[in-house]
Ligand binder design. Structure first.
Ligand code: B12
Length: 146
């Protein structure tokens, strides 16, 4: 079974470069990526996660309004019975001078992991492999050999 990841930029945010790079890197590593693009609502994330039976939901935000945009998101996922690992990353707070405080804020909102804007695609892949208990490269090799 491929590992399905929902990816998108939440709220009114239109910064597309980060998720485009993540989409390419995750796809190349063997993940099945549903890229919802920019300006994605909480409801669109939840609908896609439900439809694709997602293993992970990756929320991106760059423009400084992530905290407001993510209020109630995990409550919505719970109501829809979605049990996926959730990550958020990007430029999550205006200024972002104390990332540990930012991490606490988003962990309290329910995210399993919180990433800053220095995060590389390789770190995201390693975290997903660890959290989901998979090795995508091995899985890819298995598929090629099968
Ligand atoms: C290009 C850019 C724009 C372009 C966007 C073009 C486009 N369609 O993408 C334009 C000019 C349109 C723009 C507009 C705005 N921008 Co702008 N923009 C940038 C800029 C210069 C680069 C962003 C970028 O593409 N980076 C390159 C990619 C590869 O990096 P990345 O996005 O950070 O993604 C990486 C990581 O963050 C991480 N990552 C990202 N998402 C996720 C998600 C998960 C789950 C994980 C694990 C990892 C992860 O992985 C990615 C790959 O390594 C940044 C400054 C900067 N240097 O970051 C400002 C910046 C993000 N913008 C900013 C602002 C304020 C705005 C505006 C609000 C300005 C305005 N007043 O109009 C508007 C918002 C418009 C909107 N509705 O979104 C601020 C945000 C401030 C804050 N958060 O505190 C920044 C930081 C500039 C600044 N220093 O003030 N912007």
């Amino acid at each position: 079974m491929p590992t399905t990841v929902i990816l998108g930029v939440i709220g009114s945010d239109a910064h597309v470069v980060g998720i485009t790079i993540l989409d390419q890197a995750l796809s190349a590593a063997g993940f099945d990526v549903e890229n919802l693009g920019v300006q994605t609502s909480q409801e669109e994330f939840a609908a896609a996660a439900s439809e694709h039976d997602a293993d992970a939901v990756l929320v991106s935000s760059l423009y400084g309004h992530a905290e407001q945009d993510c209020q109630g998101f995990h409550e919505l996922l719970a109501r829809e019975d979605i049990d996926a690992t959730t990550y958020i990353g990007g430029n999550l707070a205006v200024g972002q001078d104390d990332f540990e405080q930012t991490r606490t804020t988003f962990r309290t909102l329910g995210f399993d992991r919180v990433f800053d804007s220095e995060t590389t695609p390789e770190e995201v892949i390693r975290s997903l492999e660890r959290d989901l208990g998979i090795s995508t490269r091995e899985a890819e090799t298995d598929r090629v050999q099968a």
